[in-house]
Design a protein around this ligand. Structure first.
Ligand code: ZN
Length: 271
């Protein structure tokens, strides 16, 4: 069939629209969608970056009580099993909310939910940390990552992989205190924290007790990061299985009304 003139152009436009409109309305599944659908099929890898909570974890030096659980009902007595527990907000794998340090304001329940989902940027400083327990990851370490993987995306969550998880839950090795009681483990430098804030990341995290290095006295990273409205993840479990780039994080803190922070479950997914 030959269609010419104005009608022909109309037919061509109509046929083109019919062919491409469905593609415009129902585009190919985005990568994130296949990443999620791949979880049930096993195509997507899932890593839990949190420690199970019990009374044997490493508390901050000086804390007198950290975790207590008691059985309230048993199957034998009551037909069901329940417990009650008490714990510090900052114990085990936990999240520091902005209000934890001035001038931050948001409590753990007030952090925007979208901040809990983002690409994982893994800064591997295991070698540096093994040589120098007071290592503070400098700006150049962030720039090195960007040279390899591209500029850090807004909404990323930047994790410092120090290898300290290998010492967990041995309090002596994990805190690494000297004769004066000062702790020694690696952390972010204040300058690197400033650059990450400029990159508009959602949060930072580490496999040590603190985002600041152990010997810090001014907690400069805490003041900067929390002051800028970001959160910190501390005592993350073994990060050695994570790729330096390409994983996606799901951060799920307890929604504690008015909390300065709290227990958090962190998952990494990637293909
Ligand atoms: Zn904390």
């Amino acid at each position: 069939m030959v269609v010419s003139g104005r009608l022909g152009r109309f037919v061509v436009v109509a046929v083109t629209l019919m062919m491409f409109l469905p593609m415009a309305l129902f585009p190919q599944r985005p990568r994130g969608d296949s990443l999620l659908s791949g979880i049930s099929s096993g195509k997507t890898r899932v890593l839990d970056l949190s420690y199970a909570i019990n009374d044997k974890l490493v508390p901050w030096p000086g804390d007198k009580r950290w975790f207590e659980a008691q059985v309230n009902a048993t199957v034998e007595k009551n037909g069901y099993f329940t417990r009650s527990f008490w714990m510090l907000e900052h114990y085990g794998t936990h999240l520091d909310a902005p209000i934890h340090f001035p001038p931050g304001k948001a409590t753990v329940d007030q952090i925007a939910a979208k901040q809990f989902f983002g690409p994982a940027v893994v800064l591997d400083v295991r070698e540096e940390g093994a040589k120098d327990a007071d290592y503070q990851a400098p700006v150049s370490r962030v720039e090195q990552w960007e040279k390899k993987h591209g500029r850090i995306l807004e909404g990323s969550i930047v994790l410092l992989r120090t290898g300290w998880a290998a010492r967990w839950p041995d309090a002596q090795k994990y805190r690494n205190q000297d004769a004066q009681g000062k702790m020694h483990f690696p952390g972010f430098s204040a300058e690197a924290a400033k650059l990450l804030i400029l990159r508009e990341v959602s949060g930072i995290g580490c496999d040590t007790m603190s985002a600041d290095y152990g010997a810090s006295e001014d907690f400069a990273v805490h003041h900067l990061v929390l002051g800028a409205g970001l959160y910190q993840l501390e005592n993350l479990s073994d990060l050695s299985g994570l790729p330096e780039a390409g994983a996606f994080l799901v951060v799920a803190p307890i929604k504690l009304d008015g909390g300065s922070g709290g227990a958090v479950r962190v998952f990494a997914i990637w293909q």
